[in-house]
Design a protein around this ligand. Structure first.
Ligand code: HEC
Length: 110
């Protein structure tokens, strides 16, 4: 009985406890899409294209991490920082966690 608990029931319990959190956490590309960044930007490097009627001024973000770090990126998406004297067009609507995930991912694009 003790063995049964150790080999079957405990692993099952831990899977049940861990699964929901894993399912909730979005990846950077998922946040990028769910926050409609693709209505203006593509990230060709990650296989993300922009929508049919894009904003032509918005760049592809495949190497955005080479220009900015995640702190700057998060601030820019909240319209706190300027880019060449201008604030970003869109104010970030997601949660703080989503913003962190997104900025951390964008920083890796180099
Ligand atoms: C309505 C169109 C639009 C939407 C939606 C939009 N952006 Fe932008 N974004 C722009 C424009 C225009 C610029 C300035 C030109 C440029 O650098 O691409 C810009 C600039 C940026 C930059 C700086 C790029 C650089 O090279 O320095 C980042 C990073 C960025 N956007 C990320 C995002 C993210 C992430 C989202 C989704 C949360 C998003 N944008 C949604 C239009 C948009």
């Amino acid at each position: 009985m003790k063995n049964l608990i150790r080999t079957s029931i405990l692993p099952m319990l831990s899977v049940m406890l861990l699964a929901p959190t894993a399912a909730l956490a979005e990846t950077g590309p998922e946040v990028f899409k769910s926050q409609n960044c693709t209505s203006c930007h593509s990230v060709t490097k990650a296989g993300i294209s922009r929508d049919a009627t894009p904003d032509d001024k918005a760049k592809d973000l495949s190497d955005v991490g080479a220009r900015h770090d995640k702190k700057w990126l998060a601030g820019f998406l909240l319209k706190k920082n300027d880019l060449e004297g201008e604030k970003h067009k869109k104010s970030f609507q997601g949660t703080t966690d989503q913003l962190k995930t997104l900025a951390t991912w964008l920083e890796t694009l180099k």
